[in-house]
Design a binder for this molecule. Sequence first.
Ligand code: CUA
Length: 390
Amino acid sequence: MIRKRSSRILQAAFALLVLPFLAACGDEHPQTTFQPVTEFGELINGLFYNTTAWTIAILVVVEAALIYILVRFRAREDRPDPEHIHGNTLVEIIWTVIPAIIVAVIAVPAVKAIFELQRPMDAGAFEVEVIGHQWWWEFRYPELEGVVTANEMHVPVGRTIYLTMHSADVIHSFWIPRIGGKRDVNPTPRPREGEQPKRTHLQFTINQAGEYDGQCAEYCGTAHAIMKMRVVAHEPENFDRWVQAYRATPPAPTDPLAARGQELFFRSPCIACHAISGTRAIGQIGPNLTFLGDRWTLGAGTIDNSAESIARWIRDPHGIKPGAKMPGTRAGAAGMPATGLSDEDVDAVAAYLFSLTTEASMGAVTPQPVPTDTTQPPAQAGVPTPAQTR
Ligand code: CUA
């Protein structure tokens, strides 16, 4: 009976030990720190492996010595008591010097890394201003006047990226695991005269085009768990193409529902909080909606992006993301009254917002030859912009 129970306990212990390793199987790890795509991530990983290797070595040596001593010097009937001693200078010097050397071997690269990561902005770096909001991310690009994105940061591969970060409300933490470590994003207290507001920075160079997910890593209120973001790293020529498309005014929607939605949107209270580049919607409180149709999700990673999802969100954002500071059609939020839009109007506005894509807008700019990217359909020339048709 006892034997059965202890074998069951052993089995359970084994399963518990193996489970974490099994959980690491499979290839989809969008938020792993073990596949860094920047020199910053590699530097942090190097420190991690160095510290881990030393601690494992210490564990093995200490445990081996302990087990050997326990067995070799165990009490035996025919063995006399060991000699009692007090102090041994040689042994004490050895067990002080060895740990001191190990601490130095761990500390020196760590301190060097801290200085390396705190260096001022490199010449020629691409600066992005990151603003944390309850509960979404805003990205501004000083070099690309007028380009603002929400929850998606677009950057070129192979150029140093310098983030200048602050918060509009409480402390958040910027964390894209494949890029590197976290950094707090602090609210800017009203600076006194001649005083610079408090900003934090991260600097890195992405070496591989792709999409890298991250999230807020500091508890910041109700919807902290749904404050996700994505970095889209483009090859330089694709990045230029993206900027060109993003700056273009989207063509007027051809679909009648979306066209009605466009008209409604600009008459609705939406534009008090949201902006769409190149239009008279210039609200600064909520996320920028320029090319919303391109975004990977809605509500900072809350739901998939589609016209139906946008309609659901406009109707009842709080049912989808508790705490969201946007009023729904029936319920107000953050001191703002309900929008009161009818279901038909919501569907129209959603159709308009979902029709805003850079692909559609490429028709409004002169197509550029793009040598490497063959996955995108060729841009259509000659579709008039609303500015041209006005
Ligand atoms: Cu922002 Cu947690």
